[in-house]
Design a protein around this ligand. Sequence first.
Ligand code: TXA
Ligand code: MG
Length: 316
Amino acid sequence: MNTVIGTSIDTARQLLQQGRIVGIPTETVYGLAANALNTDAVLSIFEVKNRPHFDPLIVHVHSLAEIEKYTQHIPHKALLLFQQFAPGPLTVLLPKKNIVPDLVTSGLPQVAIRIPHHPLTIQLLQSISFPLAAPSANPFGYISPTTAQHVYQQLHGKIPYILDGGSTEVGVESTIVGFENNEPVVYRLGGLSIEAIENCIGQVQMQINSAGNPKTPGSLKSHYAPKKKLEIWQLAGLEINRPQAGFIGFNQLAKGIKPENQILLSPEGNLQQAAKNLFAAMRQLDNSSVESIIAVKFPDTGLGKAINDRLLRASV
Ligand code: TXA
Ligand code: MG
C-alpha cells in the first residue's frame, strides 16, 4: 500500500468513510484514526499498531454535544473540566452508551473520550457523522509520533494517508481522568497538568504507575520506549563520563558527553517547551550512533511530572 502524506481533509474524510485508517494530528501526539462505530475499522487499528485487544482506544469528538451521544452521563466535575480545558489534552472516562463497540473499550463499561485541539482534526471531525477511535500512531510500546514524518517512518505501507498538521504543540499524550464514587482520579499524567486540574475541580487522587492497572489497561510500566537503553540520572553537577552516550537535558549541558550527542529540551528552562520536544529528542538519539541514552530527571511540577513519567516508562 502506498502511504501519502498530505493536508487534504477531503481525502482523509473519504478514506475514513470507507472504513480505512488515517494518521491524524492532534495537539498532543499523532493518532491512528478510524470510525469508532465500525468494528472492522477499529480491528484494523489494532492490527496496524500490533496492539493487544485488552488495551482500549480513546474516542475523539469535536464538541461536548457529541460526547453526550456516546456517554450515559457526565459527572459535574467532568463537565467543569471539559468546559475549561476542551478542546485540549484532556481525556475523561465516562459510562458508555451501547452504540460504542465493546472492542473500542476492551469490554470495559466506560469509554475514554476527548476533544482534540487541532484545527485540521476538528474540521475533519465536523465533516463526518461518526467519532474517531485513535491510539497514538506508533507501533505498540514505542515512542509516540509528534510529526507526520514520524508516523510515516514507522507505518508507511500499512495506512493509506497521513494528514499533516505539523509538529504537535503539546508533545505528550493527554491526561486521563476518571471518576470513582463521583471522585476524580487521574490515571495517566499528560499534557494537562495536575495543578491546572486541581485549580478547576479541587483535589484529585492519583493512580498512575500500576503496571497492568485494570482501570486503564494500557498503562504498562514499559512504554514510550526507544530501542536503546535509557537511564535517568538525578544530576546535580552534571559530571558524566560516557563518551558513547547521548544526553537529553532540560536547560543545562552535561560534561563528559560529546556536545553533538546532547539535546536540551528547553534552553530557556520552560517545561511546556521541554514536553513538546521530548519524543522527537528520544527518536533522534535512538536513530543516531550513540550506544545508550541518559536523561536528566526533570523538576517534578507542571508538565515536568508527565515528562518524568514518560522517561521512567522509557527506561524499563
Ligand atoms: O493524547 C492522546 O491521548 C493520544 C491522541 C492520539 O489523542 N492518544 C493516546 O492513545 O495516547 P493511546 O491509545 O496511546 O493511549 C490510550 C490509553 C490506553 O492505553 C488506556 O490506558 C486508556 O487510554 N484508555 C482508553 N480507553 C479506556 C477505557 N475505556 N478505560 C480505561 N482506560 C482507557
Ligand atoms: Mg500510546
